[in-house]
Design a protein. Structure first.
Lengths: 225, 296
């Protein structure tokens, strides 16, 4: 109970390092989710609306990738960006870019699969109606996007939950470097190993607050109409 | 051209109609952060960085938090610390993923230099390993002067022993001690945790077992532990730390100049006195090796 009290004190006092760590985590997660959404949402639509050979197989692959453990993604990207790997020349290991690559790979299947699922549940008359009304090309897809806003937001939110809470990718690819690649989750694991539970718990609380605020916002959006 | 224009207007219209205020805010926020990150990535380059892989003991004990700010102030070089076990730190060095390493496993450091991966190895500091155990000491090893004999006793009585099991410097030392006993530790009493020293100490405390630890990490965590130093002072428990630059001939991209600046700083009177003055919980954690033998 005492530890919890200390944790709350840390949050309320706005400890400089605590704030920096939280902002780093948010920055990484939001950037990853931005790129993953940019690729994943159109992919989800295309998977449903276009027909091509090997579609079923692609779906199975995307769905299985949802179960990819974070450490495996970390290991995979590690072997790519380490100096001995094919992208070694770029010197990306232990930089934010490496973390973001890993996190995008981590959530891309989740967003794609969830968007695919919601497009599948959509009223089949919607595309036809839109086409009858003369929509085509980009505006057509944008209209679809508008209609599908809520399920897409849920997909993005689920993805965000996955990246902000993951530790494997950030630890392995970021190296937990102070003031640089140290995120909420890597700090929690470091503090736990040091036997200092206050900052770890404080960050755990912050993580929950972020999740709560985001869910609240999304909830507002979804029930806006 | 005309068609395209009307198309673009349509797109914008739909965009703004479909996005209500909170959603718009979230989007702007996200884009801002993404751009911000790119901008910062560029900024970071202006301040020189070096990457150092080191053992968890130097980071967990808080020593680096004392050394690095002084170095950064003086040389304008930021040291990015990747705290892992000695084994992994050496691997990072071999792969050229870091510019220098600060580790504690003399035999492996020498191999690292001999194989041409590292140059300019310097002794930095030392402390010692100790064997910790519960106050009640069910294995009866308190006061023994031979660490290997003490481990043997623990093995014979099959008391819980927690091993790092992670190829770290401490783990290397532990294996060395076991090999002296002629016992290959196995069984449910021997627990390979695969965790950092701090975690292992916490775990050992929970199960009230025995473990081998560097004194620095133990002292840093002392007041959170209900464990005692039972065996210390054996010659074989000496724990020297060495710092090695990654060989630029093996990996041309490493920041050799920056790494050498740090090595010079750490072995300078100023760096050495910071190490010597570092006190935690009222005790000195590391002893500087001021007269470092110059090798290589």
């Amino acid at each position: 109970m005492n530890v919890l009290f200390e944790a709350l004190k840390l949050i309320i006092s706005g400890d400089r390092e605590l704030v920096a760590i939280c902002l780093t985590s948010l920055r990484f997660s939001l950037t990853s989710i931005f790129w993953a959404s940019l690729a994943g949402i159109p992919l989800g639509f295309l998977l449903k609306l276009k027909s091509f050979t090997g579609k079923k197989f692609t779906l199975v692959v995307v769905n299985s990738l949802m179960a990819l453990p974070t450490v495996v993604v970390g290991l995979l990207v590690y072997s790519l960006v380490a100096r001995s790997g094919p992208l070694g020349e770029l010197g990306l290991l232990f930089t934010p870019v490496a973390i973001i690559i890993g996190q995008v790979i981590l959530v891309l299947p989740i967003i794609t699969s969830m968007v695919y699922g919601s497009v599948s549940d959509m009223d089949p008359r919607l595309p036809e109606t839109l086409k009858t009304l003369g929509a085509s090309g980009f505006p057509y897809y944008l209209m679809m996007l508008k209609e599908m806003k809520n399920p897409i937001l849920s997909a993005v939110l689920a993805g965000f939950g996955r990246v902000i809470g993951e530790v494997g990718v950030s630890m392995m690819l970021g190296g937990n470097i102070r003031w640089y690649t140290r995120t909420i989750t890597t700090t929690i694991s470091l503090q736990t190993s040091k036997g200092e539970f206050e900052l770890g718990l404080a960050l755990g609380l912050v993580l929950m607050i972020i999740a709560f605020v985001l869910n609240f916002l999304i909830h507002k959006v979804v029930h806006h109409d | 051209m005309l068609y395209r224009k009307s198309n673009a207007v349509k797109v914008l219209q739909i965009f703004f109609v479909s996005m209500n205020v909170p959603l718009l805010l979230i989007t702007v926020f996200t884009v801002f952060f993404s751009v911000n990150l790119c901008a910062e990535g560029k900024q970071e380059k202006s301040l020189q960085h070096i990457r150092m892989a080191t053992t968890s003991s130097t980071e967990n004990s808080g020593l680096l938090a004392e050394l690095l700010p002084v170095f950064q102030e003086k040389y304008g070089i930021q040291v990015d610390v990747i705290a892992v076990g000695t084994g992994k730190a050496i691997t990072h060095g071999e792969n050229g993923d870091v510019d220098l390493i600060l580790v504690h496993a003399r035999s492996r450091e020498d191999a690292f230099v001999e194989e041409g991966y590292g140059i300019n190895r310097r002794d930095v500091m030392h402390n010692d390993f100790v064997i910790l155990g519960p106050v009640s000491d069910p294995a009866g090893i308190r006061g023994m002067t031979n660490a290997s004999e003490a481990l043997k006793q623990i093995a014979l009585k099959e008391m819980d022993f927690l091993s790092r099991g992670d190829d770290s410097g401490t783990h290397t030392k532990e294996k060395e001690l076991w090999s002296n006993t002629g016992i290959f530790p196995s069984g449910t009493w021997y627990k390979e945790t695969g965790q950092a020293m701090g975690s292992v100490l916490t775990m050992t405390n929970e199960v009230q077992g025995y473990t081998l630890t560097d004194r620095g990490t133990y002292l840093a965590l002392k007041d959170k532990l209900d464990l005692q130093v039972l065996v210390e002072g054996d010659q074989s428990l000496f724990n020297p730390y060495g710092i090695i630059a990654v060989n630029p001939e093996k990996h041309s991209h490493v920041n050799y100049a920056g790494a050498m600046e740090f090595i010079v700083f750490v072995t300078s009177p100023e760096g050495q006195s910071i190490i010597g003055r570092y006190i935690k919980n009222g005790e000195q954690l590391f002893y500087p090796d001021v007269h470092s033998p110059r090798k290589n």
